[in-house]
Design a binder for this molecule. Structure first.
Ligand code: IVH
Length: 670
């Protein structure tokens, strides 16, 4: 083929394929068959292979997934990607409306949109060419996932107008694609995704863009980051402009003049949301005019001109098949409901903590009952109540045992506590749980050494106490089920690395009663070495601000035990560091930051920050991170799978933030 002819043909093919693509993926009006599209695409690929210089970044061939990447680079968002405040009911919406009226008067309108349950994405175009796409990350710094985003067919690689623009939207996986992806995963014996949002996020986090290309992802754009720069004056027009550039926006938006109209829209979609091809978790309401948006501005957390109405927690009915008991590392015995698996709020639920016997009595929950299940804060499975009218008489009342389900020693109810405890320090459950605690992220943070491996090692009697971990050999690990040579080596290296941890990790890992991660840090900072702490008297301990009577007693008692001396000697032999390595305390004046003097509790799984990082940052800003929720708590940070602390915080009406919000706030402060 001649070069000149090739160049022209490439141009033609770009135009044709882009048109077909747009018709199919944005307008949802296919013009040609898949075969026809493919044959033209193959023709393009063949030409590009012959004339390499003709392959451009906006070529439709990019959609099938370019080369495998080595990693994702970080991207700074010049215009931060914020999140929204929440509304949960009519009252919240009226409140939102009232505050706007107070600031801008009565002459304004709203735009209501569906709140797509996916992940926020930013797309940059230079002179109409798609140059960079990024995740939200912490709002200020995200990850460059351009190669993966190019595979999303509804993202234009070149705009209909040569503008330089940054647009924002929500990438998501349609329900049907999610179901078939999970079916395929199931057949392949692979772990399934919990919900479409995780599936979309997981797909875009793959280093091989071919995977993202195969996942049938989609996107709705909902804003222009630099709207005023490109001449926009209102949100509704900005969305229409996005349409005209070739973007896909959600057509189900509606302009509303009053909050009553907004509430009707909310009501309508609360009912119809199941019929949509994609999941939504609420409605976003925005003030239309940009000048009024500017006037309203932002609170410390989010814009005053927009709010996210969140749908109420979905409630479903299932059968409570059994109540299982588990023994924690402190010996507390907790009942867990085993449920007939049921889908609720996007995941399949089969277990829910019942916390304690009092709660089971209070709710009159019996084995065999039909129960109502929901997710507290849309995250933690919870048994709401039992349906007494559906009882057959076969249901069994549940009583806590008098003896430990693992070691059979008598359970004790400590004064002022609801939990029953196994007090046998040799109880296998207790030891196993302490070992799991020792290797966990906030403690010694030994990568790859999770609950399963620890349980196996313990069962095989390869470890009896935490010091034994440091004497494990690669051969012993390989002998375990499902551990190959490579992972055994990784484990040994991770164990090795943990020897260098700063003292507070070890202190927390030892699991001294009442010594949480925060106290461990304080103790490490104050005493510098484990030996110093071992020699500290109760008086010396309580002189420290955060150390109370109970904790001081517990520490003194712990270090007086001969078994503990032996354990420490073993850890010394294993060359585990026993010295504090972190920064010395920074004093922050009260009132200087929004965390100053605040009592914060972290719970659930964090994914952007490690627990420790979160804690450290909050503390650096003068906050106090404690372990349990009480009336004194000012703020709860709930990560994924948060448990009883979240329910308790809800009960007490404590402020609850998700991790995103925490990160946003931290960024604002630092
Ligand atoms: S507007 C200033 N519109 O919901 C923030 N967000 O906290 C502008 N979302 O993380 C966001 N659908 O990822 C907006 N139609 C929509 C949305 C939407 C989903 C997500 C977005 C953001 C979160 C709001």
């Amino acid at each position: 083929m001649e070069r000149q002819f090739a160049e022209e043909r490439v141009k033609e093919l770009h135009q044709t394929l882009n048109e077909w693509n747009y018709a199919y993926y944005v307008l949802d009006k296919p013009q040609v068959s898949d075969q026809e599209y493919d044959s033209k695409l193959q023709e393009l690929i063949a030409i590009e292979q012959e004339f390499l210089e003709l392959k451009t970044p906006d070529s439709p061939s990019e959609r099938i997934g370019a080369q495998v990447l080595e990693g994702f680079t970080k991207v700074q968002h010049d215009i931060p990607m914020l999140s929204l405040g929440n509304a949960f009911n009519e009252e919240d919406l009226k409140d939102f409306d009232r505050k706007i009226r107070e600031r801008v008067g009565d002459n304004f309108s709203y735009v209501c949109e569906l709140k797509i349950d996916g992940l926020a994405i930013s797309l940059k175009y230079e002179d109409g060419l798609f140059v960079q796409g990024a995740t939200r990350g912490d709002g200020t710094i995200g990850e460059d996932i351009t190669a993966n985003l190019r595979t999303i067919r509804s993202i234009p690689l070149r705009l209909k107008d040569a503008v330089t623009i940054e647009v924002r939207g929500e990438a998501f996986m349609p329900k049907r694609s999610f179901v078939s992806l999970n079916e395929a995963k199931d057949e392949a014996g692979e772990e399934q995704f919990a919900n479409p949002r995780n599936a979309a996020a997981g797909s875009l986090r793959q280093l091989d863009p071919k995977i993202a290309a195969s996942r049938n992802l989609d996107i709705f754009l909902y804003s222009i980051a630099n709207g005023e720069e490109v001449g926009m004056t209102e949100h509704a027009k900005a969305l229409a402009y996005l349409d005209s550039l070739g973007f896909k926006t959600n057509p189900l938006r509606r302009q509303c003049e009053t909050i009553e109209e907004v509430m009707m829209y909310v009501e309508e979609w609360t009912e119809k949301r199941q019929d949509l091809a994609y999941e939504i978790d609420g409605i976003v309401i925005k003030v239309n005019s940009f000048s009024q948006q500017d006037e309203l501005g932002f609170t410390a957390k989010s814009p005053r001109w927009a709010i996210a109405y969140k749908f109420p927690a979905e409630e479903v009915i299932t059968v409570l098949k059994d109540i299982e008991l588990s023994v924690g590392r402190t010996g507390a015995v907790t009942p867990t409901a085993i449920l007939e698996p049921v889908r609720v709020a996007g995941t399949t639920v089969q277990r829910a903590s019942l916390h304690n016997e009092d709660l089971i009595r209070e709710k009159d929950i019996r084995i065999g009952d039909h129960v109502i299940v929901k997710k507290a804060g849309d995250i933690i499975p919870e048994v709401v109540s039992s349906l007494k009218e559906r009882r057959t008489g076969e249901e069994k009342e549940f009583f806590m045992p008098s003896h430990c389900p693992e070691c059979d020693s008598e359970l004790i109810r400590i004064e002022d506590e609801v939990a029953l405890r196994c007090m046998n320090p040799k109880c296998p459950a207790l030891i196993r749980e302490s070992l799991i605690h020792f290797v966990s992220r906030t403690a010694m943070n030994i990568d790859g050494l999770g609950e399963k491996v620890i349980s196996q090692l313990f069962k095989e009697e390869l470890i009896q106490d935490v010091a034994d971990i440091y004497f494990l050999t690669q051969e012993q690990l390989i002998a375990l089920e499902r551990i190959g040579e490579k992972s055994a080596l990784n484990l040994i290296q991770a164990i090795d690395a943990s020897r260098e941890n700063s003292l507070e990790k070890l202190l927390f890992g030892l699991g001294i009663r009442h010594v949480g991660a925060k106290a461990a840090k304080t103790l490490a900072q104050e005493f510098d070495t484990l030996t110093n702490l071992q020699n500290a008297s109760k008086e010396e301990l309580i002189r420290i601000d955060e150390i109370g009577d109970k904790m001081a007693d517990s520490i003194v008692q712990y270090f007086s035990m001969p078994e503990v001396h032996e354990l420490i000697a073993e850890l010394q032999k294993a060359e585990v560091n026993m010295q504090y390595k972190g920064p010395k305390k920074i004093a922050v004046e009260a009132g200087e930051t929004s965390f100053a003097g605040k009592v914060v509790v972290l719970t659930g799984k964090l994914s952007i920050l490690t627990r420790n990082e979160a804690k450290e940052k909050i503390e650096l800003l003068g906050g106090k991170v404690t372990g349990s929720v009480s009336k004194k708590t000012d703020l709860l940070i709930a990560g994924e799978d948060a448990g009883s602390k979240l329910s308790k915080a809800e009960e007490l009406g404590i402020d609850i933030w998700d991790e995103e919000k925490l990160v946003e706030e931290l960024n604002r402060e630092v």
